[in-house]
Ligand binder design. Structure first.
Ligand SMILES: NC(=O)c1ccc[n+]([C@@H]2O[C@H](COP(=O)([O-])OP(=O)(O)OC[C@H]3O[C@@H](n4cnc5c(N)ncnc54)[C@H](OP(=O)(O)O)[C@@H]3O)[C@@H](O)[C@H]2O)c1
Length: 434
């Protein structure tokens, strides 16, 4: 006779109602999978709201913390969101009482993950969070369990569906950033205030969580550089295509002899690489390991069904008795991360320079780069149709051979001051794969 697990859910929004639906409609399948899950309590802000799901026989709690501390539940499922505040308070209450916790809250984990892990491990309970990174894709389980015996050397992810959708649309339709954002908002891929997604914070929080698992090191959101896609223009997308690349928002974590290098930023990726071909709102993650080799995960990184499926998979794992450290290592064994600045990393770079109608511009750009020992791999000069006030008369896009961010920035700064240059050149790193 399988032991029944009593579940309490705080948060009945997009993900919470998806979880209720799966628990109610899919109960037979879950039983066959060895999980006897019973929803006993829920909490949200507005008791009167019609949520389109049946909550008959389920106890309502006005306070999520009261639900978290209730003796009637074995697992507290936190689906409210927010790094601190009620979600964090309620999760701590549940863990203090030795209850298991399942959450989709990347913001809370990226901020307080190590402390919450210590609380869970101290009490011998589980804190599971598959839905917090890449929504429905089992990448946490893949790295934490599948690759637990491996050294992870590099993670490269498209971890934000909004950005991937917008960049895909800009590539396929020739749209500018604003047009792509409006479409993403109308389809529900982007929030009314999109800054958290397009500014790279969402991807960075997910990267902090994944790399804590991968590198056995306490890595916090806010400790590494993050750049969003706001400055990527239709010209960059078109220029990158002509040069044989696609532009993607990459989240990268790399192990080196000196420590770990983490960064989130738009990058050019060779157009024939699987990362470049991962289009639309899906997520895509590559994990390079030793001795397992390269693992690839792809699929829906957000949305009601996929995210709820990941939450319920955690509940099934709990019901089956899966336990162990919250990350790969126990929280007491997490090392202090030595973060290496990406500015030192040698890469190829893409440079776009707006030009005034002055002779000798291309020679001037080549000379400036040569003085910094930066050589040009390829260069294009597309025709510019709409020049006018503040617009360039011409434009040059080029790809350099390997150099560092510090060197290319210094060169771009010199180019900006030349008589032929219109504004500061834009710089995008090229991510090469072996
Ligand atoms: N949506 C996705 O695709 C997705 C994907 C991956 C991870 N996540 C994560 O999943 C979590 C939930 O996201 P969501 O999209 O489902 O959010 P949502 O639709 O905004 O739902 C949030 C829910 O939390 C409740 N809530 C908020 N503050 C509360 C408080 N102080 N006390 C009680 N209840 C409170 C709200 O109650 P009312 O309904 O009464 O207002 C609502 O039911 C977040 O951590 C998010 O980052 C979401």
């Amino acid at each position: 006779m399988m032991k029944e697990v009593r579940v309490g859910i705080a948060g009945l929004g997009v993900v919470g109602t998806g979880v209720v639906e799966l628990l109610v409609n899919n109960n037979d399948r879950l039983r066959r999978a060895g999980a006897a899950l019973r929803l006993v309590g829920v909490s949200a802000r507005d008791r009167g709201k019609d949520r389109g799901v049946s909550l008959d026989g389920v106890c309502w709690f006005d306070s999520p913390e009261e639900l978290a501390g209730s003796d009637d539940i074995d697992v507290f499922v936190e689906l409210m969101g927010g790094a601190s505040g009620p979600a964090y308070e309620a999760v701590q209450t549940a863990l203090r009482q030795g209850k298991h916790v399942v959450t989709a809250n990347k913001a809370m984990l990226a901020e307080h993950g190590a402390g919450l892990a210590a609380m869970a491990e101290h009490k011998g309970s589980s804190l599971l969070y598959e839905a917090a990174v890449a929504g429905g894709i089992p990448v946490i389980r893949g790295v934490r369990e599948g690759a637990s015996a491996c050294r992870v050397d590099r993670l490269v992810g498209l971890l934000n569906g909004t950005c991937n959708y917008m960049l895909t649309k800009m590539t396929s339709s020739g749209w500018g950033y604003d047009e792509a954002l409006r479409e993403a908002q109308s389809l529900g891929y982007a929030e009314a205030d999109p800054s958290f997604d397009v500014g790279g914070a969402d991807a960075a929080q997910k990267l902090a969580i994944l790399s804590t698992i991968a590198f056995d090191a306490g890595i916090r959101y806010g400790s590494f550089p993050v750049e969003g896609i706001e400055k990527v223009t239709a010209e960059d997308i078109a220029g990158a295509s002509k040069l044989g690349f696609r532009i993607k928002l990459l989240a990268v974590a790399q192990r080196s002899e000196d420590g770990c290098e983490l960064r989130v930023h738009p990058a050019l990726v060779k157009e024939d690489h699987p990362v470049a071909k991962a289009d639309g709102a899906d997520n895509f993650v590559i994990v390079e390991t030793d001795p397992l080799g390269r693992l690839t995960f792809s699929g829906p990184g957000a949305g009601k069904g996929p995210t709820a499926a990941a939450v319920v998979a955690d509940l099934v794992a709990l019901s089956r008795g899966v336990s162990g450290p919250v990350y790969n290592a126990l929280s007491t064994d997490l090392q202090e991360a030595t973060l290496v600045s990406p500015d030192k990393k040698a890469s190829r770079f893409y440079l776009r320079v707006g030009l005034k109608d002055v002779p000798g511009a291309i020679a001037g750009i080549s000379e400036t780069l040569a003085q910094k020992s930066i050589s040009i791999d390829s260069l294009i000069q597309p025709s510019v149709s709409a020049s006018g006030e503040g617009r360039p008369d011409a434009m040059v896009m080029l790809v350099t051979h390997e150099t560092t961010m510090a060197e290319i920035r210094a060169a771009a700064d010199e180019i900006r001051q030349k008589a032929f240059a219109l504004g500061a050149p834009s710089i995008i790193r090229i991510e090469d794969f072996d």
